[in-house]
Design a protein around this ligand. Sequence first.
Ligand code: SAM
Length: 222
Amino acid sequence: MTGPDGPVDPWSLHAQTDGYLSEDEVLLAARANANDLGCFPVDAGAGAGLRFLAATISARAVVEIGTGAGVSGLWLLRGMSPDGVLTSIDIDPEYQRVARAAFTAAGYGPSRLRLINGLGLDVLPRLTDGGYDLAFLDAVKAEYPEYLEHALRLVRPGGVIIADNVLWSGRVADPKATDPDTEGLRAYARRIAADDRLDSVILTIGDGLAVSRVRRHEELEA
Ligand SMILES: C[S@@+](CC[C@H](N)C(=O)[O-])C[C@H]1O[C@@H](n2cnc3c(N)ncnc32)[C@H](O)[C@@H]1O
């Protein structure tokens, strides 16, 4: 990218967007837990994006794949309706124990939470068609195309599907990177762009958030 004074370092832009909002004690504590556990949470910029999108659609039912230590869940809960329920799936029970403690400490009780321990691809088929306003994908990158198929079934028309890490620290743009996670992220980006059921955009906050709105039936017919 070029600015008025010449080339602009993309990382300095990144520092500005992700440092734009500072996180409070609750989020910083959850982030510290994530770091201790070796789990990689959403950046603050992406978290703010999740909160913004959840609030914009007054999300009451959200499904997340990849609970981690609860950083993204806290951001989502802050944007959701006061009676909204976060369903969050993770393979690691210890991560979910830590996340539940963070949610509880932040004032989100059992009626707001449904934490499901299991593999994303095992649990997703059991969830209700059209039962969710928002799906957030943040577990195995190679599985994103399969998560998308489930999300298209689970999210109601007018709802939103969000995927984290679609820039993968630049690896998606590196032709030499051909590992399954990078290829899965590329395939995901191609599919959401080509799918007539979705309006999609990639936001370059955090490590890249792909945001897709599920078109309503009348929009499909127009
Ligand atoms: C990047 S971390 C999630 C971070 C969390 N969304 C946040 O921002 O705070 C990815 C999570 O996916 C979980 N995970 C890995 N493989 C999984 C699978 N096959 N099914 C469900 N969860 C999985 C990991 O245990 C880890 O907690």
